[in-house]
Design a binder for this molecule. Structure first.
Ligand SMILES: Nc1ccn([C@@H]2O[C@H](COP(=O)(O)O)[C@@H](O)[C@H]2O)c(=O)n1
Ligand code: CDI
Length: 159
């Protein structure tokens, strides 16, 4: 088989702070997120999608929340690690598609900056990375503004 698919999902609760990290971009917001690392749900969901495609477990198995080494970590390091795992096995990322779920912050104005950062870390063209967002129409935990979620799917390819 020369293609593999993976999917990932991540949630962080909002907490104290003045920004959220999304796709490696610092997005100003009146809340931060509660997390062991920098709490970047986009990158965490993307890592889980890539690890899922490789059947290599999940992000918590590679970077345990119990390990102080990852406290306040820049999630881009996790992404680059996952990229190395797939490349060493002969795969490359075909494309990835991410959906961020929150009422706020507004994601649209930052989406291209996120795509640029993620494409750089994943060593692919920017058009291989899609970032979308939706509210949940004020329903559920995202709708009440209690937290932020992201889902990701990716396709791995090899010739
Ligand atoms: N945090 C968000 C949420 C949504 N968007 C953009 O707004 C559009 C409409 O959202 P609905 O939930 O009302 O469908 C959505 O398609 C996104 O383009 C956003 O940028 N940031
Ligand atoms: C990223 C890690 C790093 O310890 O911790 P968190 O920042 O809390 O994020 P989560 O999405 O719960 O993933 C688990 C961990 O791998």
């Amino acid at each position: 088989m020369n293609i593999r698919i993976g999917q990932g999902y991540d949630v962080h609760a909002f907490g104290d702070g003045d920004h959220v990290m999304l796709g490696g971009i610092r997005v100003p917001h009146e809340r931060g997120v509660v997390a062991h690392s920098d709490g970047d749900v986009v990158i965490h969901a993307l890592c889980d999608a890539m690890l899922g495609a490789l059947a290599l477990g999940d992000i918590g198995m590679h970077f345990p929340p119990s390990d102080p080494q990852w406290r306040d970590a820049d999630s881009r390091a996790f992404l680059r690690h996952c990229e190395g795992l797939l490349r060493r096995r002969g795969w490359r990322l075909g494309n990835a598609d991410v959906t961020i779920v929150c009422e706020r912050p507004k994601v649209g104005p930052h989406a291209d900056a996120m795509r640029r950062v993620l494409a750089e870390d994943l060593e692919v063209d920017m058009d291989a990375i899609s970032i979308k967002a939706t509210t949940s129409e004020k329903l559920g935990f995202t709708g009440r503004g209690e937290g932020i979620a992201a889902t990701a799917v990716c396709l791995l390819v090899r010739e």
